[in-house]
Design a protein around this ligand. Sequence first.
Ligand code: SME
Length: 148
Amino acid sequence: MSKEEKYQELVANVKAIIEGETDMIAIMSNIAAEIHQTMKFWWTGFYRVKDGELILGPFQGPIACMHIAYGRGVCGTAWKKEKTIIVPDVEQFPGHIACSSQSRSEIVVPVFDKDSKVIAVLDIDSEHLSTFDETDQKYLEEICQAIQ
Ligand code: SME
């Protein structure tokens, strides 16, 4: 199965799983699990905006840092810029926060509420370089748009 086909199936599954659910933690937990299991990433999870910073939310993978300030690291930068950030090599990203030395590349996608306010970010790490491209961006953004 191509990456595109895997993502098409993943997006359909995610939408079916969260259909009718309103609890954000339940939604984020199952989305993290479904993405992680299907795509076999190193770390998949959410950071939620709370009291002016990002706090670790539902995730799959090794333990991670729990607080990230606005504008810091890849996650805080994606929040500030309100845009998806793809990092092909984490060592080349100034201010990257290394939660695990195994992580080599990363994608962070903002999650917006109905008023276009960032309420969380979806963060995915890979233990390989240059894992993420526009295909990942397109489908992960579609998944994040389904959370509202
Ligand atoms: N690398 C992220 C921190 C979170 S961990 O990757 C799970 C960053 O620079 O924001």
